[in-house]
Write a protein that binds this ligand. Sequence first.
Ligand code: ADQ
Length: 748
Amino acid sequence: MKTLQLQLRFLIPLLVSLVIAALVVLPLMDQLTLRWFSRDLNTRGTAVANALSDSLEDALASGSAQRLQMLIERAARDERLVAIALCSGTNQLLRHSAAFPPSLSCAESKRVAREPEQRLELRTGAVHVGVFALNPERSNGASVVLLHDLSFVERRSQDTRQYLIAFIVVLGFVIALVTVVVAQLSWRGWVSGMNAILRGEGLIRPFLPPPELQPVASEVRARLRDLEDEFRRSQELVMVWDPERLRALLHTQLRGDQVIVVSNREPYLHEHTDQGIVVRRPASGLVTAVEPVMRACSGTWIAHGSGGADRDVVDTHDRIGVPPESPEYHLRRIWLTEQEEQGYYYGFANEGMWPLCHVAHVRPVFRESDWEQYRIVNQRFADAVVQEARREDPVVLVQDYHFALLPQMIAEKLPRATILTFWHIPWPNPESFGICPWRKEILQGMLGSTILGFHTRFHCKNFIETVDRYLEARIEHEHSSISFQGSETLIESYPISIEWPTQAEVESWPAVAECRRRVFERMQLPPDTCLAVGVDRFDYTKGILERLRAVEGLLERYPQWRGKFVFVQVAAPTRAALDEYRNFRDRIQLATDRINQRFGTQGYQPVHLLIEHHGREQINELFRAAQMCVVTSLHDGMNLVSKEFVAARDDEQGVLILSRFAGAARELTEALIVNPYHVEESADALHRAATMPPAEQRERMASLRMTVREYNVYRWAGRMLADAGRWRLRARIEARVQRHADGPTRPA
Ligand code: ADQ
């Protein structure tokens, strides 16, 4: 459309000027033609008069009228001559040929002959009038009047005019054609040049924009980026994020595009039990966060089918609709062999990447064979994404450290896909990450993402510094993006959260007093007991040992709590196949036994260790029954337990103790923030929480609740998907401009 407009802008003035040219040139041309012919006819007339002069002079001298008439009639046979006349010196018409107009006198003939065009309009047509004097001595001043036919001049002039018009039209077409071609070429060149500059390719490819365009290009690019940043910031101010808003965003910004999630952990496991096949939800922060998003967008979730009865319930494409009670999206299960699970999941992901990224003083283990399996399994998931993609440009949400290679593998097969990778665990500093033997491959794999998200700015900064250290990439700190091998990745922080409970849900919960009564009864606790809880996967990064030491420290430093303070640790078994986890579990069991032996009495057990998976309601009941929740992670990407505790306390009571090494500590600043390595500080925090007046608890809890409600999981997903939407919009515009520049015949 733009090129057409541009061409019209060239063509219309061109055509107008051609018409004007024709209007001015043609009459001028007529005039000129007449003058030329007039001059020719004069020359011709002189020749004719000269040829006749002797005979006419002789006839005049002899006074033979007959001879004169004969001479005139013979001369008048010339096809160009209309008529001839002989005038005396006193302007009397002596003789004339038959066709000489009777109305034309000798005086009139001489007057016309003196005019520049010498043209006379007769009834029979236009004539040229020429008067030529004979020898005055022999003819007494007589002269010959020659009337030449001008109709042939008219005919020739008409021919000339037609040729001229044809010439002008052909010339017009040629000029128009040249203009269009030149305009097309220069527009295409300009557009693709501008495109390349805007994409930033001008700096890393041999292409360089013309020097005069460079400042304009960088200014335009900078403005676009600023607008994008501004827009993103303005989005932060939107107060309420809920499923409706997320759905609306998916339908507007992503226009109902297909969303595919990839994670190792599946959101629902099917297990065989004595009562038949039952469905279970795993204890996983990732699942807790991504599940509500999937329900909102009805996409496809690809995950490892790890439940004992998983294969028995899927269809022929290994798919099943979930949630089981009312399916809202598809779960596609991938089956792994024991060898694959051992190498990829237990080996590389959990013995290598997990301790590598967490500063928890457990050494990562890297084995070549594990790495091999990790690559194979990543490729299997990439193939599954390609199979599940209904279009060539789905939005793919890649979850976590199990799939560092997946983004690049997907990008190779689906270059138009928008790949959002979210790294749920921390990212270490470049030195720590440097010990990984395949550090370059991992970084390259991750940079296949369109957007790479971490929980905090600090993790983003660590990642960018790591890339800077180990890869040849262009880093734009201002916009937090990395360009590597021609593609750009936005590195952004998206603090994850939970789904804030709806009013209906809250109303369905038993009252806090009732929860307290049930828990106290079940655990046989005296009514004046101060109850503290910890809820975690049984993982060494969660600081469970440090927490137990803090409880021990409390009972040592504040003896008044002996017999009155009870700590319940709920620990979901996890990665039990690994030595490190089994050893950890033994250490926790030993520490629990030691404290219970030290401070326990008849009917009083200070620490209750419940190594089992709990249902949502059970955990909620425990949170509502407790005086405090203790989160002492040694290093944690975010930590959702802390947010779940806050969400459970609609009575605005209860205290959160939170490790400063959990990402959540950056948002939940009204918690009692502790360094879990500092046992005494943590013990003091327990005491402070146990003695905190209800008014202070309310003040802190109300503020915490406001934060978690506002910064919920829909905001997390919404911000990421909105960024993806903008990215896709930009890509579409660029593709459209490119198509225009390439012309309609090229494939899009
Ligand atoms: P996790 O390490 O799994 O997540 P966390 O964020 O605390 O840690 O989430 C654990 C989830 O499991 C919570 O929803 C919790 O309720 C549940 N859970 C824990 N113990 C349970 C039990 N015994 N029974 C049942 N459910 C239990 C990783 C990162 C975190 C990050 C999340 C999300 O390590 O830092 O917050 O991903 O990104």
